[in-house]
Design a protein around this ligand. Structure first.
Ligand code: G
Ligand code: MN
Length: 343
């Protein structure tokens, strides 16, 4: 069935001091009919945010293949894009259910391409790994996250910023040494999210490096649990304090028969291993309520907060503190759509 939903665009208005109306358009397009609509809307919103900031129209192409992402061209452009400031970090909160507070935050890298618009990590991380640019990209990410963590701390929000680390780098001693040096040297609270697949490539080295990081006080979270080749043997061996259940099990939590059983038993398993559990992809109050009853510790997802620029995230935290003070412990994390559209 062909759906006429190939382009989702939004129109924003910006009023400069002179009483003229200025219109900017941000939009995202994908070719073909088999696509992730959530991702498309997120790309459209990010394009609009950039369109407002730069006061020009931005259209981003989020096609995975065959629709314009030229792998070779991206591979060639990536090193200079890292150096010339085209990368940005977006931040998505992890909210602690019982404590009713933002416990930590995940940094997600985005490529703000001058012609192609926003490119999401799914489209360039594999390219970066293949071309060797992943090392420079992750070093940039780490430095930026350290600087941003210091800004959050100076606002009074002392929280760990978690980065996603590729399996290739986890086995790379030079990278790990540099990461330890930067983290210890800055005193910033930085954590790493790793997938089990990342460990499977070179398990001995990866586990030894993770143990080294953990001894230095860098928290480790296992990301996308259940999505790939999850192995109980690795779960036992990894020095991780947090297990993140993949959004694939959470998005249909309240409409599926099996997902609640899988999520429930994963929460119990992680707790038995002394880990805290984060559910990714929490989009509805019903899912949040069920996870809370199941004893899940933290939640992350569009219901609590979308990935946004550092400034929007700082506003979210400032507003959270303000709303929390007047709400007497009631959950205040939900924001109306308009909140995310403010630049
Ligand atoms: O692999 P990882 O789990 O780190 O992926 C994070 C990505 O998941 C983000 O880039 C974001 O686009 C997406 N995401 C975050 N929250 C939600 C959510 O509530 N629903 C859906 N469908 N995707 C989400
Ligand atoms: Mn992650």
């Amino acid at each position: 069935m062909k759906r006429v939903r190939d382009v989702i665009g939004e129109i924003g208005f910006a009023m400069p001091t002179a009483p003229t109306l200025e219109i900017v358009i941000g939009g995202a397009a994908v070719s073909g009919i088999d696509h992730d609509e959530v991702r498309l809307v997120e790309a459209a919103e990010a394009a609009l945010e950039l369109a407002r900031a730069e006061r020009r129209d931005i259209l981003s192409n989020v096609s995975v293949d065959g629709g314009g992402i030229d792998v070779l061209m991206l591979m060639r452009e990536l090193p200079s894009a890292i150096l010339s400031g085209q990368m940005t970090l977006h931040y998505q909160p992890k909210v602690h259910i019982r404590r009713q507070e933002v416990a930590s935050v995940e940094a997600l890298v985005r490529w703000q391409h001058p012609e192609r618009g926003l490119i999401l990590p799914g489209d360039f991380i594999a390219i970066a790994e293949r071309s060797g640019a992943i090392d420079a990209l992750t070093r940039w990410t780490l430095r930026q996250a350290i600087a941003d963590q210091r800004i959050l701390a100076s606002d009074g929000h002392i929280m760990t910023v978690f980065l996603n680390i590729s399996g290739m780098l986890l086995a790379d001693r030079a990278f790990i040494d540099e990461a330890c040096r930067l983290i210890i040297g800055s005193g910033a609270k930085i954590g790493f999210e790793i997938t089990e697949t990342a460990v499977i490539r070179e398990p001995e080295k990866a586990i030894a490096h993770l143990e080294m990081l953990s001894r230095l006080g860098v928290p480790i979270a296992i990301d996308d649990y259940g999505a790939g080749l999850s192995s109980l043997a690795y779960l036992k061996k990894l020095p991780a304090g947090e297990l993140k259940i993949d959004k694939g099990f959470v998005l249909q939590l309240t409409s599926s028969n099996r997902d609640p059983l899988i999520v429930r038993s994963t929460i119990d398993l992680a707790h038995a291993l002394d880990m805290e559990v984060t559910a990714e992809g929490v989009e509805t109050p019903a899912a949040l309520a069920l996870l809370s009853v199941m004893g899940c510790d933290m939640v992350q997802g569009y219901l609590l907060g979308k990935p946004t620029s550092l400034d929007v995230f700082r506003n979210y935290l400032a507003e959270e503190r303000h709303l929390g003070a007047v709400a007497n412990g009631r959950p205040t994390f939900h924001r109306p759509e308009a909140f995310w559209k403010r630049a």
